[in-house]
Design a protein around this ligand. Structure first.
Ligand code: ADP
Ligand code: ADP
Length: 228
């Protein structure tokens, strides 16, 4: 479902973030991306939803080669990919409901479909009773649940999360991980960049370690492997 072959990324300022990466990720896999700060984890993740273009090499997502994708086809690619960030990136003036519905309205669903889909996903993340709240009225963990709901409301095949528990305490992080596991159980591919040693070492999954722009380790049921 995701194929990278000899991928390099050098940014406009001359910094090489990825230095020849090759990997394959199958449908339904749950993968942690670990490594020190500046290793290239975010760049790796951004390649997948085409936020970043490779300088060389091939990235293929669901049979679409991103090096030849037309600009007008990028939104179509992104419909299949839900993205979750450390800082949630919710729209502060919209309610929980509206933040999630917004993700659907941009792809022209009917009002009834929107209502059903939003309530279904709010139920999944345990926030049905907070639909009318504003983000600022929620805890960090609840805000992250909203951002997960927004990312999965389109039922994407791939969910990408960049440090999703980075701003959350350990107990809240474990709750967030249970939601990711539920999404994973539905067959969604999950790719999560994380510094959360405790989670990687307890909720065991495939671990890809990136260091200095290279994959230095790739293990099924792997460990975090760095001092946190
Ligand atoms: P390109 O897409 O052509 O590679 P860049 O990604 O280099 O362009 O440009 C993105 C912007 O982010 C630039 O203005 C760049 O200077 C800026 N930037 C520079 N260093 C960093 C950094 N470490 N993290 C995030 N952004 C950075
Ligand atoms: P990580 O997520 O592992 O911290 P990143 O992929 O964010 O690593 O960054 C890898 C390297 O690329 C770092 O040296 C970083 O400063 C640089 N970098 C990241 N984004 C940009 C950008 N937009 N422009 C220039 N340099 C960048």
């Amino acid at each position: 479902m995701i194929h990278m072959q000899d991928v390099y990324k050098t940014y406009g300022n001359g910094v090489t973030a990825l230095n020849g990466i090759s990997t394959a990720i199958d449908k339904g896999e749950f993968i942690y991306i670990v490594g020190p700060s500046g290793a290239g984890k975010s760049t790796f993740i951004k390649l997948i939803y085409r936020e970043v273009k490779p300088s060389a090499g091939t990235v293929v997502i669901n049979d679409t080669d991103l090096s030849t994708i037309r600009r007008r086809d990028i939104p179509l690619l992104r419909r299949d990919i839900g993205v979750i960030f450390q800082d949630f990136k919710l729209l502060p003036k919209l309610t929980v409901y509206e933040n999630i519905a917004f993700a659907l309205e941009v792809i022209e669903e009917t009002p009834r479909q929107i209502r059903n889909l939003v309530m279904e996903v709010l139920n999944l993340v345990g926030l049905k009773n907070k639909a009318r709240f504003l983000p600022a009225e929620l805890s960090g963990g609840e805000q992250q649940r909203v951002s997960i709901a927004r990312a999965i409301v389109n039922k994407p095949k791939i969910v990408i999360a960049d440090e999703p528990t980075g701003n959350l305490d350990p107990a809240t992080s474990r709750g967030i991980m249970r939601i990711f596991e539920e999404i994973s159980d539905r067959g969604t591919t999950i790719i999560m960049a994380t510094h959360n040693k405790e989670i990687v070492n307890t909720v065991r999954k495939r671990v890809i370690a990136i260091d200095d722009g290279l994959i230095v380790r790739d293990e099924q049921r792997g460990e975090y492997g760095y001092e946190a």
